[in-house]
Design a protein around this ligand. Structure first.
Ligand SMILES: *Cc1c(COP(=O)(O)O)cnc(C)c1O
Length: 425
């Protein structure tokens, strides 16, 4: 696991390359501290490396010294200030930090949201007549992009069962160009064999894209596992404080160039203020993930002992389907998981549970410092395979929990109160 960083012009040197060997392997915690902090960006004018963080450079316009200078001003790489739409040092520092964390990535493009990252990636990699295969447990807006946006450009798609590796191989046809993967699945949390799916895709010349928001590069180095493109919503763990929206795509060289070109044609840019917030979040990412995944496991274990609950969908929990694959392929998790209420609980009962919660906010998103709960209906989510096994349409209402940084016992007491409220009719 070599630590590497991408120099603006493509030479690989790290911020500390003067004082340390270039390829020294560092643990994640250290990489998170060092990532993206190049001397030339962490500077006040004339004093490279004189501040810890890259300043917030607000700039639309580059002033060129001469007409000749302007003519030379076109190189399309991070580190070359050309015009604000291609970002400046604050955004480059974030993009570079993410590239350093994403083993095997050539570079990273930033987008104003995770959904913008997914849409731009698929538009970049597909053209009219092409087919996209989408895992049946994909994030709902991803399916909407396939149905609503790509269909209008003559790009077709089909859903595949992400737990059926042979079935996936058999579905790939002459027009299949891209496969969209996600593991664990959104809301239902089943783990699929990404290395096997990505290997089949590569063998058949299909580009594999993974929405890796759940584990991120620390928990699942997606390119090392065979994917070509990995993306995530930085709104979640990297931001970490529920105060920004952003997305990122990291990719191998050929796909990166394609995605960068499309991002620029689509006019995608993030603000330097948001980039600085995301960089701040990044520094504590490992600490927060360790804490929230440990708390989530404690809460999941407690929930699995409760008679009101028929299934806990948490890849980190021993005995859950997919746990063995999670152990094989992932080096970490996070605080996000779901559970299914035992038969008999109706929507009113679930609403009583939600309304009785004090520490869990009711809302979308996750990866913040605060815990959230969201009602989900797992029985109606999949088109190919009911999940969890045995779930029927019309029963099996569920909840998704995003565990934050609160104390585990306090959260468990809160849920206990919620379950008590649910039992009252
Ligand atoms: C939230 C989320 C996204 C979208 O991210 P935004 O920043 O909210 O647009 C994409 N994928 C997954 C798995 C998510 O949970």
């Amino acid at each position: 696991m070599g630590h590497r960083s991408l120099h603006p012009q493509g030479n690989r040197t790290s911020r500390l390359s003067d004082s340390r060997p270039n390829d020294e392997a560092h643990a994640n915690a250290t990489r998170l501290v060092e990532a993206g902090r190049r001397k030339q960006w962490c500077s006040v004018p004339g004093q490279p490396g004189s501040v810890v963080n890259p300043p917030i450079w607000r700039a639309s316009t580059h002033l060129y010294e001469t007409a000749d200078d302007l003519a030379k001003g076109r190189p399309n790489a991070n580190g070359h200030f050309y015009y604000g739409r291609r970002g400046g040092p604050t955004q480059w520092a974030l993009a570079d930090a993410l590239t350093e964390l994403e083993q095997d990535a050539e570079g990273t493009e930033l987008f104003p949201s995770g959904v913008a990252a997914i849409a731009a990636t698929l538009l970049a990699l597909l053209k009219p007549g092409d087919e996209l295969l989408v895992c049946d447990n994909a994030y709902e807006p991803t399916r909407n992009i396939a149905n609503g946006l790509l269909a209008g450009y003559g790009i077709t798609h089909r859903a595949f069962d992400p737990l059926d590796v042979d079935g996936f191989a058999a579905m790939i046809g002459p027009n299949t160009k891209v496969v969209m993967l996600e593991s664990p699945g959104s809301l239902t949390m089943e783990i699929s064999d990404i290395p096997a799916l990505a290997a089949i895709a590569r063998e058949k010349g299909v580009i594999s894209v993974i929405d890796n928001t759940w584990a991120g590069p620390l928990g699942f180095p997606a390119l090392v596992h065979g994917c070509d493109v990995t993306l995530m919503s930085l709104t979640k763990h990297v931001g970490g404080h529920s105060d920004l929206m952003m997305g990122a795509v990291s990719a191998r060289a050929p796909q990166l160039a394609q995605i960068r070109r499309h991002a620029q044609m689509l006019g995608q840019v993030v603000s330097p203020d948001d980039a600085a917030l995301a960089l701040r979040g990044l520094r504590t990412l490992e600490l927060r993930l360790k804490r929230t995944s440990a708390t989530a496991l404690e809460v999941a274990r407690w929930l699995s002992t409760r008679p009101e609950i028929s299934a806990v969908l948490c890849p980190q929990l021993e005995g859950t389907p997919g746990h063995d694959l999670w152990r094989r392929d992932f080096s970490g998790g996070c605080g996000l998981f779901s559970f299914v209420l035992a038969g008999g609980a109706d929507k009113k009962a679930r609403a009583r549970l939600l309304d009785a919660l004090d520490l869990f906010g009711i809302g979308f998103s996750w990866g913040g410092y605060e815990s959230l709960a969201l009602p989900i209906d797992p029985a109606s989510l999949h088109t190919l395979r009911p999940w969890p096994p045995g779930i029927d349409e019309g029963s099996g209402l569920g909840l998704r929990l995003a565990i934050g940084l609160e104390d585990a016992d306090d959260l468990i007491r809160d849920l206990d109160r919620g379950l008590a409220a649910m039992r009252e009719s």
